[in-house]
Design a protein around this ligand. Structure first.
Ligand code: SF4
Length: 343
């Protein structure tokens, strides 16, 4: 009688045991990791690469090593520490979640996917990842890497329900956290978006995409819709070595973040409308471009010495030499860098 054919999960877990990436938020194969670190890393990784997250993760856990310390943190500090990691709502939700877990769950994350899903900021993906990776619960974790590997394994052209159903079918009851991390690692190192290394792949014999001859065809790439272009002006108002910073409205894009003043962003360059003071503005012959999820932004840069003018509205004079510690979102940090070099 021939030996039982190993399952896809068996093959993948054996590969993972030998090849797992060592990451600061991970436990070795077969062990479960600290839920705080798993949750934090998953939130950070939603928009950023592993290489970019590593130093940010290290700095974060040096400052807030556990959930209790984060729950007690000041919101402004948390927002500033998140600067550059994108989607600031995530930072606000991290803090809200830490406080809810502290107040309502005795400081311990709940262990089921459903209870995790009820926490602030935990969507279906993050809840599944934390349940599987930190608690060993059976949960189906589908990130972009897993989606690509599964699409190729089963030659599924369209992203969505069919990929999820196939991922569900191959997720094992035991070690589903290691399985998820193994799929992520396989997608990152072997089953890459371009030129997958099928000769090194532990799943090559089971892969319909490879057997069909063109694994890169899965999942089908959608043509990107052109994003609308918007325009604005960002204002550098200086007095005695300090620059005028404001806090953005709590609701809306980059809500609650410290920022350089800028007027409304619109479909045409707005010029000096909404300047914070009627000073002698100089518009630089350069702009800053930044891509947001739903639109591209081009900012004109205007500089002035405040002189005797007091800027309108609330804000603070921030020493230019200490601007790096202001926690400016990336788009304003880019603008500030340009304008500092023009002073
Ligand atoms: S055989 Fe190739 S396409 Fe299929 S899962 Fe492995 S690396 Fe990806």
């Amino acid at each position: 009688m021939s030996a039982k054919r190993p399952s896809i999960a068996d093959l993948l877990l054996a590969w993972y045991d030998a090849n797992a990436r060592v990451l600061p938020w991970r436990a070795p194969p077969g062990e479960t990791a600290d839920p705080y670190r798993v949750w934090l890393s998953e939130v950070m990784l939603q928009q950023t690469t592993v290489a970019a997250v590593r130093p940010r993760f290290a700095a974060w856990v040096a400052r807030w090593p556990d959930l209790a310390s984060l729950a007690a943190a000041d919101e402004a500090d948390v927002m500033a520490a998140w600067a550059g990691l994108g989607y600031y709502a995530r930072a606000r939700n991290l803090l809200a979640c830490a406080r809810v877990v502290s107040a309502d769950h005795g400081g311990e994350f709940p262990r089921t996917e459903a209870a995790l899903r009820a926490l602030p900021g935990l969507g279906a993906y993050t809840a599944a990842a934390v349940a599987a990776i930190a608690f060993g619960a059976r949960a189906v974790v589908v990130d972009a890497n897993v989606e690509r590997v599964v699409a190729r394994l089963f030659a599924i052209p369209d992203k969505g329900a069919a990929i999820r159903a196939a991922a569900e079918a191959i997720t094992p009851d035991a070690r589903s956290g290691d399985f998820a991390q193994g799929m992520m690692d396989l997608g990152s190192a072997i089953c890459t978006p371009r030129a997958p290394k099928c000769l090194l792949c532990p799943l090559a014999d089971r892969c319909d995409g490879r057997l069909a001859g063109d694994p890169e065809a899965y999942p089908a790439r959608k043509a990107k819709a052109a994003k609308p272009q918007r325009y604005g002006t960002v204002f550098w108002l200086e007095r005695g070595g300090a620059v005028w910073l404001v806090r953005r409205p709590a609701k809306g894009l980059l809500g609650g973040m410290r920022a350089l003043p800028t007027g409304a962003w619109s479909d045409a360059p707005p010029g000096l409308v909404d300047a914070p003071a009627p000073a002698g503005w100089r518009v630089l012959d350069m702009t800053v471009a930044h891509g947001f999820t739903h639109f591209d932004l081009q900012l004109a840069l205007a500089m002035a010495d405040a002189g005797a003018h007091q800027p309108a509205g609330e804000g603070e004079w921030w020493p230019v030499d200490a601007l790096d510690s202001a926690g400016l979102p990336t788009v304003f940090a880019k603008a500030a860098m340009r304008m500092r070099s023009e002073r």
